[in-house]
Design a protein around this ligand. Structure first.
Ligand code: GLU
Length: 503
């Protein structure tokens, strides 16, 4: 099996196209096939190198590695259409020699005028056949004389063209719907339908999996395979990816490109897992599966015809799972850009070295509790924010006199306990709390609620067992790592105790 992903580098990689790439990849990896990346970059107005680079980078980030492509090469290259112009020209010449194509001298302005007339009269625009019967020898002479000419396909005298789509079943098109179409434009650039056939043929592609927007192109492509004396590959057209309102997924729905999901802190394995389930199911009620297992089970015949509705909540749920189960050191590194964006880390800070212990201490606070890593700074707020002691004073003042007094005693004892200690770890925090319990006789909520107030100024929040080590790691981080200043537990408790004693 040889499959390909053939993006036009005219923008960012949309998740719908990423799903197309993924389904091809799953097929190749699951069935020992070859996955080819080809850049369809002949549209010189809209194609650009930055987009091509971005698409390649996004595919790599998703882990959708290819066996042949513009960067890695391969036996069927080149893999950029702009480097293949000679191939299209040679095939067009072959088609002309066989009477399947002809030179067309109609000017773009004439063609546009004909189109407008057809549209005005409610007809589907179709080439009128003006140049169809020009004698090939005289056409050749005009071209040699410098007259601009396109090359057009001569649609054969048949009734219909049929192909069997692996997802949609047989699709038959009335040949009357297809006018003689352009293979190579006057400027020498091949039209999509022609370039794609030449490439898929020369690259020995056996199965074409692409978006359903290409269904109307496929009959034309089948006619070209026939004219070139070749059997067409198999085709499978995937339904569009829609937003929750059933309109094609776009910027209006929030994030729609792979880059945007990445910037929001979605992990690639979560996006891959999610996209695989958009129009296909691994069965047995299972949803959370690694890419290799998805590949093992994937069959293009099991893809549904109905459109895939993008469900951001489900993606968030999957991402939560993958953040929770990922290697903590990896999540620690991935937190860096989000802390930078939130202004909690200097713009030039990097994730390694002396910052690593702090980042690692933050991971348990984040893992399993945030949907995306972009939510991490908010979740980590109690680490960075020094509580106002007045908040604790007010909180305790609002409680019954006895509880308030007990709370004050706990905070004062906690401050005293910490004053002689080095920075806390999870274990030494428990020890310290145990000491405060012995000194004050308070336990359970009566013990931990005042401690929480002293450390965070809030009634509720992350588990203290996790929060304390993160605060302490932040307080110990050397200045050069670029972290926003974090006040340690000892100081927080001391400030709070002083305020309570003075109140
Ligand atoms: N370049 C086309 C696109 O981006 C893909 C064509 C194909 O897969 O045949 O829509």
């Amino acid at each position: 099996m040889r499959v390909r992903f053939a993006p036009s580098p005219t923008g960012h990689l949309h998740v719908g196209n990423a799903r197309t790439a993924l389904f091809n990849w799953l097929l190749a990896r699951g069935q020992g096939g070859t996955f080819v990346l080809r850049l369809e970059d002949t549209d010189d107005v809209r194609s650009n190198v930055a987009s091509a680079d971005g698409i390649v980078e996004d595919l790599r980030w998703l882990g959708l590695t290819w066996d042949e492509g513009p960067d890695v090469g391969g036996a069927f290259g080149p893999y950029r259409q702009t480097e293949r112009l000679g191939h299209y020209r040679a095939h067009a010449e072959r088609l002309m020699a066989g009477g399947h194509a002809y030179h067309c001298f109609c000017s773009p302005a004439d063609l546009e005028a004909q189109r407008e007339v057809a549209l005005r009269e409610g007809r589907t625009p179709q080439y009128a056949g003006t140049c169809r019967d020009i004698d090939p020898a005289s056409a050749r002479a005009r071209v040699e004389g410098g007259e601009p000419a396109a090359i057009r396909f001569r649609v054969p005298p048949r009734d219909a063209v049929t192909f069997t789509d692996l997802v949609r079943g047989p699709i038959t098109t009335d040949i009357a719907m297809i006018g003689d179409f352009v293979l190579i434009r006057q400027n020498g650039v091949p039209a999509y339908n022609f370039a794609v056939v030449v490439d898929d043929l020369e690259m020995a592609i056996t199965l074409v999996v692409r978006g359903e927007d290409h269904v109307p192109n496929t009959p034309r492509q089948c006619l070209l395979y026939d004219a070139l004396g070749a059997a067409p590959p198999q085709f499978a057209h995937l339904s569009l990816v829609l937003g929750p309102d059933h309109a094609p997924l776009s910027k209006r729905h929030g994030a729609s490109s792979v880059g945007e999901f990445r910037a929001r802190g979605i992990l690639p394995e979560a996006l891959v897992n999610y996209l695989a389930l958009l129009g296909w199911s691994p069965g047995q009620g299972e949803e959370l599966l690694p890419a290799a297992e998805l590949a093992r089970r994937f069959r293009v015949e099991d893809v549904t015809r109905s459109a895939g509705v993008f469900d951001p909540d489900k993606l968030a749920w999957m991402n939560r799972h993958y953040v929770k189960t990922a290697d903590p050191a990896r999540i620690a590194t991935l937190l860096v850009p989000h802390l930078r964006d939130a202004g909690l880390l200097a713009a030039d800070a990097s994730g390694g070295g002396d910052l690593a212990p702090f980042l690692l201490a933050c991971v348990p606070l984040v893992a399993g509790t945030v949907d995306t890593l972009a939510d991490a700074p908010e979740r980590l707020r109690p680490v960075f924010e020094t509580p106002r002691p007045s908040a604790t004073v007010e909180h305790l003042a609002g409680e019954a006199a006895e509880a308030a007094e007990a709370g004050r005693q706990v905070v004062v004892a906690f401050a005293q306990e910490l004053s002689g200690r080095p920075r806390l770890t999870r274990e030494t925090f428990r020890e310290a709390a145990q000491q405060v319990r012995q000194r004050t006789g308070q336990k359970g909520r009566a013990l931990f609620h005042p401690i929480r107030l002293a450390l965070t100024g809030a009634d509720s929040g992350p588990e203290l067992d996790l929060l304390v080590p993160a605060i302490e790691a932040g307080a110990q981080a050397p200045g050069h790592v670029g972290l926003a200043p974090i006040v340690g537990c000892r100081e927080r408790a001391a400030i709070c105790a002083a305020a309570l004693v003075g109140a």
